[in-house]
Structure formats: structure tokens, C-alpha cells
Ligand binder design. Structure first.
Ligand code: FRU
Length: 474
């Protein structure tokens, strides 16, 4: 009894649960799955394990949302129940509408340690039924040299009256590729060709392909690992590719590529088209091979806020979705007086902040510190980049890459004299956007006291402007 009460009290004191980022009430979530606008609302799914705040046999948590900002939980859509998805559960996948029904395509993990692609459907968007003849794609459909042990994360879409699916698989036991299949009915699939080899982005592992059509171009997002490349965050990389997907050959012709998320905590991105044709992207705002301080409060994992994906001057840009403004109350805009800006920022301590600042890049060593007291996330200007330093941000986060893995960089463009930064802090989660979406970084921090303000250090008058300051609406 006393133990139970203590547990309850501990949960109530949870300082790290964000207000706007999606989290599980309890248990674990990782990849976003199956986003779709269906029946007048968004449906959002997540890789989910309900029994403990750690990874376990995967289910699909299911929510609906009017705007990708607030979520209503529905019964879990998928859970391990059949031979073909019982081993490690129902892995990541995507959704599509056909003849008024919603179809989920996901990866089943079987006892024989193979991964196959399965279907489930729903007429009401609530209850799902697995297809009686699953799997619909298995190892027998792989081209020579590819492994059915790693064959996952279907991204299903419709083009020119056919269905297509992109899948990750491992070739010759070493390198990963993205493969494409075609179908007329979602059930019978034919291999089309190789969409992308991991060499195209320079990594060893590729998974979670996700495709959208943005501003007249194909945009392909993939996540992966680079054990051999000296990348910060080599265990959790995301690439954003702009190009053209050839439906005849399956090949993705890359026109431009960039690393998304230069921070620590972002993976397995998933996109959805809004009814008016914008593309929103959400990531699992966490990382494999890390410690997770919220586990002691019974939950683990969160989604990033939705971002609008667009193309500017041939480059992919990502910015917080405009839907966020509905939830915010703006306190200031365009403050050029340093003293006044400092006063305003210091006065608005809280668990949530959304701040946009423009800084003069010439002031080397100056920093923007998000915190309160000793624990702070430091954003410091150096010669060619902005340093993101979470070494003194509270509870230490260990990663498998390196023990002291606390620093990331946002490079400045050549000759860049001003840097525009948008920083959104929501309890333990910080999202940073540079130059209206040119670069972005997700950072988890666990300060001992979650009560943020922003200190400006080392700036003189004229070297910084507070463009906008907002907090959550009461
Ligand atoms: C990526 C991933 C996917 C897989 C899922 C399992 O984060 O490893 O490839 O489907 O997580 O939960």
C-alpha cells in the first residue's frame, strides 16, 4: 500500500513530461508510423510497448488529432497475435486509403527471425483486422543477395493508379538498400528495383524510408547508422533527399541531400499530407543507444512537434508547423534593446518557451543559455558554427557512441553575418531551428529544475535582436 502510494507520488512529481509533444501515458514509444488524414482527422500511430518504459514486442499505439498538435488515444491498432508477427511484434510501417478503407502495412517479425510485410485494414478507422493471407511480401520476393532477416519499414503510396512500397533490406549481409515494389491491389506485389543504396548517403544501415511529394519534387527521408564514418550522432542519422523517383526502374535520382537534425535526438521521421497540400514531418525525438531519465516516471519516448517540409533554393527546409501558433500566446516581438530583451526573457520562466532571436555571428564566444541556475543548455557562437552544449544541462545522458557525447554543431554558411535561431523548449525537450529551417537540432535535457528562462551572455547592444517570444496559452 505504502509502496503504491510512493509510486503514485513519484509519477505526479514528473517534471519532464512535455505539454505539447506526444508521449505515452506509460510504457515506451519509438518510431512514428502510419500517418494519414482519414475521415476528417489525422491518424497517428507509434511503435509502442505498454508493459514497461523500455523497448519490447511492438504494438501500434493509435491516436487521432485535428491538427497534429493534440491527440486523442484510441485502442491500440496492432499487437503481436500471429505466427508472422509474434516474435518481436509489429514493426514500423505506413497507411493508405483504398475504397474508403484504411490499410496499414507493417513489418511482421516471426520466430524464424525473418521480417515480412503484412496488411491490416479498418473501415471505421478504429478497429483493425489483419489480412487472412499475410504476409503479402516475404523473403521469397527479395532479389538475390538480400536478407529476409532485415527487410522492413514499408512506406506505401499510390502513383498513377498503382500502389508502390519502399522497403529497407540488407545486401550481402553488410550494406543496406531501399527497394521498391509495385501492386495493383495492395496484396500481390512485384519487385521493381533498387531505390537507393546506402553508399548514396554514406552510411552502413538504412531504415524507415519515407516519401512525399513536395513543391513538385520527390522528397525521400531515410534514417540510419554510420559506424565507419566520423559523424557526431553516428548511431542516429537522418538524411533528407530531394530528387526524382523513377516509377519504371524504382531508382531515386538524388538532386540534393542534407543531414536532418544536427542535434542528438531525432530518428525515424514520418510525413503526412495536410488536406490543403502541405507536408508535415514528425520524428521520434529520441535516440537508440542512450539513457532515458524519464523511465523512472514510467514512460519513455516522444514525438517531435510537427514540422512543415518545403524546398527553398533547391534545399530542404523544415520549420515548426504553423499549427503551433494556435497554442501559443505571443509576449513580445522585435525587441532590439538588449537590456529590454534580457529583462523580457528573464521574466518568463516556465516549462514552455518559444523564442526567436537574430544574433550577430561576429561575437565569438557569446552564448544563449537556456536554463535556470546551474543546469543549462548552452548555445555558443564560435568561428564557423553554433555549438550546442548539453554537458551541464542536468541529469547526464549517456550514449553508446561516446561517454562524453555532449556537443553538437550547427555550421554557419560561408560569409554569414547574422544567424536567426528559433528555440522551442517544452519540459525536457528542446527543438532548435536555424535560419528559417536551413538546419535543425533536437535535444533532450533533464535539468534538476524545469523552469526555463534565457540568459544572453557576451552580447552588446546591436548584436542581438529578440524577434519573438511566446509561451503556452493558459
Ligand atoms: C527504427 C526501427 C525500425 C523498426 C522499429 C522497431 O527505429 O528499428 O527499423 O521497424 O524501429 O521498433
Amino acid at each position: 500500500m505504502i509502496r503504491e502510494m510512493r509510486e503514485k507520488l513519484k509519477l505526479r512529481r514528473d517534471p519532464y513530461r512535455p505539454s505539447l509533444h506526444l508521449t505515452p501515458a506509460q510504457g515506451w514509444i519509438n518510431d512514428p508510423n502510419g500517418f494519414i488524414y482519414f475521415g476528417g482527422q489525422y491518424h497517428v500511430f507509434a511503435q509502442y510497448y505498454d508493459a514497461k518504459p523500455e523497448w519490447g514486442p511492438m504494438m501500434w499505439l493509435h491516436c487521432t488529432s485535428p491538427d497534429m498538435m493534440t491527440f486523442t488515444r484510441l485502442p491500440d491498432a496492432l499487437y503481436p497475435s500471429e505466427d508472422y508477427d509474434y516474435e518481436k511484434g509489429c514493426f514500423s510501417g505506413s497507411a493508405i486509403e483504398r475504397d474508403g478503407k484504411m490499410y496499414l502495412m507493417y513489418t511482421g517479425t516471426s520466430h524464424s527471425d525473418t521480417q515480412t510485410q503484412c496488411l491490416a485494414s479498418s473501415s471505421d478507422g478504429i478497429h483493425f483486422e489483419k489480412y487472412a493471407f499475410n504476409p503479402v511480401i516475404d523473403g521469397g520476393d527479395l532479389p538475390a543477395g538480400y536478407s529476409p532477416k532485415d527487410f522492413r519499414d514499408p512506406c506505401v503510396f499510390e502513383r498513377e493508379e498503382s500502389y508502390y512500397v519502399l522497403l529497407a533490406s540488407r545486401r550481402d549481409d553488410v550494406h543496406y538498400s531501399i527497394l521498391m515494389y509495385r501492386s495493383s491491389d495492395l496484396v500481390d506485389w512485384t519487385f521493381v528495383g533498387v531505390t537507393l543504396e546506402c553508399e548514396a548517403v554514406g552510411c552502413d544501415l538504412l531504415e524507415c524510408p519515407n516519401l512525399a511529394h513536395v513543391d513538385g519534387k520527390d522528397v525521400l527521408l531515410v534514417s540510419g547508422k554510420c559506424a565507419t564514418v566520423e559523424y557526431p550522432n553516428s548511431q542516429n542519422c537522418i538524411w533528407g533527399l530531394i530528387g526524382h523517383l523513377d516509377l519504371e526502374t524504382g531508382h531515386f535520382e538524388v538532386e540534393s541531400k542534407r543531414r536532418l537534425d544536427l542535434g542528438f535526438d531525432s530518428y525515424a521521421t514520418h510525413m503526412v499530407r495536410t488536406p490543403e497540400g502541405r507536408t508535415l514531418m514528425v520524428a521520434w525525438m529520441s535516440a537508440w543507444g542512450s539513457t532515458y531519465p524519464t523511465q523512472k516516471y514510467g514512460w519513455c519516448g516522444q514525438f517531435s512537434l510537427p514540422r512543415e517540409v518545403s524546398i527553398r533554393d533547391g534545399q530542404l527546409v523544415l520549420n515548426p508547423a504553423r499549427e503551433l501558433f494556435t497554442y501559443e500566446c505571443q509576449l513580445a516581438d522585435s525587441v532590439t534593446n538588449l537590456k529590454e530583451a534580457k529583462k523580457l526573457l528573464a521574466a518568463h520562466c516556465g516549462r514552455f518557451l518559444d523564442v526567436t532571436l537574430t544574433v550577430d555571428t561576429a561575437v565569438e564566444g557569446a552564448s544563449i543559455n537556456l536554463g535556470n541556475g546551474a543546469d543549462r543548455l548552452v548555445l555558443k557562437l564560435e568561428k564557423d558554427h553554433l555549438v550546442i552544449d548539453r554537458s551541464h544541462s542536468g541529469i547526464e545522458i549517456q550514449t553508446v557512441t561516446r561517454k562524453d557525447d555532449f556537443i553538437r554543431y550547427i555550421p554557419l554558411a560561408a560569409g554569414q553575418s547574422q544567424l536567426k535561431l528559433r528555440v522551442i523548449a517544452d519540459a525536457s525537450l528542446v527543438e532548435i531551428f536555424a535560419d528559417d529551417g536551413r538546419a535543425d537540432a533536437c535535444v533532450r535535457i533533464y535539468p534538476h529544475k524545469v523552469d526555463y528562462n534565457i540568459e544572453l551572455e557576451g552580447f552588446n547592444h546591436g548584436q542581438i535582436e529578440l524577434d519573438r517570444l511566446a509561451v503556452l496559452k493558459a
